[in-house]
Design a protein around this ligand. Structure first.
Ligand SMILES: [Ca+2]
Length: 415
């Protein structure tokens, strides 16, 4: 069922005015962090339409040049919405055109990211990030597929990364399948594929340069390490940055092409971080000498003798760590995707970073200075409260959003 709503800034201001008169101070609508709440001023009015509904945990989406929309559902796999609006299941569980017998769904994991090759018109390649039981223990994989011209099926599967760690057993901190990361994006600037991974509730993974958990990888379409990753000596050359917790979003800043990630924090901070090749995000949840943590994971407690929470960016231990652009002011609200808005249709939001929240159930706009530091924030007004899983700017310039509630929205700036 299709429904449309029109959101106007005037209506938003009226809502704010009513709330102020009533003495309402909704924390949901109070952007977080130290930056002032200025970033939504001057933005466009939006019209929201529900493109698809009734999906099961839609996780990611991507557009092909001809306007087809590929989308994943965590426990079903990859589907396409063709330009004529028809939907076809391409690759996944029973009922898909090609059944992936190794795909499985457990806890947070299953099929996550989807990306379209920069040379799609020539090679028809698409990529998904998925939990696979082809090996024991199970792993997360980046799988390349070729989709046919009619978007009826896929072929030529090639697993270009097969060794991203998967949390195969529950422990004190959560069930199997936790913290798998899973966003995959080609940079339009360097045309390499960036892959975000998670720490699996394993205290030793993020700083271990021989394993791929808690990292951002940068590879070519065959899974080979990209040149210029600047991986520390002895590390896996596919590693672009390390020392991350559970990276859920990655986007490339217009003009500079610099990658920014959004990272799901442990309760005391989500972070947005601009990346540099070879950088350390500063997350190190293993116990320091003299400290004990259940299962050797100090992600929710302290890895320090003084008992302070394990920092998302430990500048005492790693003075050269990548500095976050923004953090969530002492709390985690399940930050998930991010995307840069680009184009004059976004008015004052052109070039700003949109970030989505799961538990926080909103989209925020971050205004960045030239160095990448956040200097203003604001909440996109007038949207329903939903867990935001995906943000993608479509080839038509609109913002597409998937929600854990099973919908894909189109948010179109009104001229
Ligand atoms: Ca960090």
């Amino acid at each position: 069922m299709k429904k449309s709503t029109i959101i106007s800034l005037a209506a938003f201001c009226a809502v704010v005015l009513i709330a102020a008169v009533a003495g309402c101070n909704s924390s949901r609508n109070s952007p977080s962090g130290a930056a002032p709440e200025t970033a939504t001023g001057g933005g466009p009015a939006l019209s929201r339409s529900v493109l698809l509904s009734g999906l099961k945990n839609p996780w990611d989406l991507a557009f092909t040049p001809d306007g087809a929309m590929l989308f994943t559902e965590k426990c079903r796999g990859l589907s396409v919405r063709r330009p004529d609006g028809s939907v076809q299941r391409l690759f996944g569980t029973s009922g898909a055109a090609v059944v992936a017998a190794d795909l499985f769904c457990q806890g947070q994991s299953g099929m996550h990211g989807v990306a379209v090759d920069p040379d799609f018109n020539a090679n028809r390649y698409v990529y998904v990030y998925m939990a696979s039981k082809l090996t024991r223990p199970e792993t997360n994989r980046v799988v390349r597929l070729r989709v046919d011209r009619g978007y009826t099926t896929v072929s030529d599967r090639r697993d270009i990364v097969a060794d991203i760690p998967f949390k195969s057993k529950a422990n004190r901190w959560g069930g199997a399948g936790t913290h798998s990361g899973g966003r995959i994006r080609f940079s339009p600037y360097d045309r390499y594929l960036y892959v975000t991974t998670g720490d699996n509730h394993n205290g030793h993974l993020p700083q271990d340069l021989t394993r791929l958990g808690g990292k951002v990888l940068r590879i070519d379409r065959n899974g080979v390490a990209a040149p210029g990753n600047n991986t520390p000596i002895g590390g896996d050359p596919r590693i672009f940055t390390y020392g991350h917790r559970n990276v859920q979003g990655i986007a490339f800043r217009p003009d500079t092409g610099r990658p920014f990630i959004s990272e799901h924090g442990p309760g005391h901070s989500d972070e947005v971080t601009p990346l540099s090749a070879g950088g350390n995000g500063g997350w190190d949840p293993k116990p320091e000498p003299g400290v004990e943590c259940m299962n050797d994971y100090c992600g929710y407690t302290s890895n320090k003798r003084d008992g302070t929470p394990t920092p998302m960016t430990d500048l005492a231990k790693f003075p050269d760590a990548l500095r976050p652009s923004w953090n969530n002011n002492g709390k985690s609200e399940g930050m998930s995707p991010c995307v840069f808005l680009s184009g004059s249709q976004w008015k004052a939001w052109d070039g700003r970073l949109a970030v989505g929240f799961l538990r926080g159930e909103r989209i925020e706009i971050l205004e960045l200075d030239s160095s990448g530091k956040t200097i203003g924030t604001g909440t996109v007004p007038g949207l329903p409260s939903e867990r935001i899983r995906t943000l993608v700017q479509g080839t038509d310039g609109a913002l597409y959003v998937s929600t854990d509630g099973g919908e894909i929205w189109r948010l179109a700036p009104r001229p």
